[in-house]
Design a protein. Structure first.
Length: 93
């Protein structure tokens, strides 16, 4: 399974402002773990939840939330990280 992860401008802006809190590599690892848990039902240590209103998922790491969606076709999974922010701000948008 090949996984491609794309980030929106808001997510990239979060990395620039908060590099000490969460790096892009850590985010990549969390999204890959989340996709493995969703698609392959693997037992990985990641806090993931499907959001009610849309086809979005969120990953929680401390006070940071990663909101993403994905689409899969055969062996390629494309994930789009919609937004990354702190707990108090992510759901207000």
């Amino acid at each position: 399974m090949t996984i491609k992860i794309h980030y929106t401008k808001n997510a990239i802006k979060f990395f620039k402002k908060n590099a000490s809190v969460l790096s892009k590599n850590e985010s990549d690892e969390l999204v890959v773990k989340g996709l493995k848990k969703i698609l392959k039902n693997e037992d990985v240590n990641v806090d993931i939840k499907k959001l009610k209103s849309q086809e979005l998922f969120r990953i929680r790491k401390g006070s940071v939330r990663i909101v993403f969606s994905f689409s899969s076709s055969c062996e390629i999974v494309v994930s789009l990280v919609e937004d990354i922010d702190f707990r108090g701000n992510i759901y207000k948008k």
